[in-house]
Design a protein. Sequence first.
Length: 298
Amino acid sequence: VADLLFQTILHPLCVQYPASVKYRRCFLMELIKKHEATAAEPLDELYDTLADILNKEESTHCYKNYLLPTGESVTLSEDVAIVSRGTTGLVTWDAALHLAEWAIENSTVFSNRTILELGSGIGFTGIAISKACNPRAYIFSDYHPSVLKQLTENICLNGFVLEPETTNHIEMQSQGQKVEVMNYQKTKLIVAELDWGSVTEKQLVDLQPDVVIAADVVYDPEITLALIGLLQKLSTWRADGKPPEVYIAFTVRNPNTYHHFTAELDKAGIGWQIIPAHRNSIFLCDLQSNITILQLLI
C-alpha cells in the first residue's frame, strides 16, 4: 500500500501538479478502506496524507497527468467544472484520449508531416502526438480566448519552449489573428486562432497541413456546417491537387447528431469511412463511451 501511495498521490509528478482536492480525497478514502479491510498494520502515511488534503480548499483548477508509452508524461491544467467561462473547451474529453491512442498506434500517419488540429481545446491530443509521433510541425487551433490562453500555458508546461527571438507572428488576412511558433525538439509548434465560420482559403494556404484532425467537435448542427465548410476549402487549396488526410474522433452521444453529420458530409460530396478501433488502451477513460473515428475523403 505504501508503494501504491508513492506511485500515485505522492508521486513527484502528482505532488508538483496535483489532481483536484475532491479526487485525491476520494482516492485516499477508498485506499484506506481497502487497507483497513486487511490484517495489515495501520499505515501512518495514509492518514497523514488524508489529513493534509482535508485541510485544503477545493480549487477551480486542477492538474491531470498522463503517461505515454515512450515514458514521457503529458501534464494538463484543467478547469474542475465541465462548463466554465462559457465554454466546454477547458477540460479534456474522452474522444481526445481515444484519438491520441489511435495516433500513437499509427504514428506513421503523423511522422515528419504537418498536422492541423481543429478545436484543440487545452491541448492533450496535440501534446501527446508531438511527443510520441515526431511530426514535422503541429498546428494547434481554437477560437475561444480562454481556451487559447489555457492551451498555450499547457504547451509550455510540457516543455515546449517559446523562444521570443525565433517567434514568427503571422497576420491572418482580414482577421488580425496571431500565430505563435514554438520549438520542441525537431517539431515546430504553432498556436493559431481559427474561426471556422470566417476562415478563408488564403488563411488555410498559410497553414499547409498534410493531416487534419479533430476530437469531439461534432455536437451541434451549426458547428457541423461550419466544419464542413472549412473542409471544403481545405480540399481546393493545394497546387499538387492532393488534399490533406482528415480524421475526426467523436463520442456518439446522440445518434441523430451523428447521422446529421454524415448526411451533411454526403450532401457536400465528402466521402467518409470508419477507422477500425485501435488495439491498446493507454489512457484511463469511460469504458461506456461510444467513440468513433472517421476518415474523411475530401
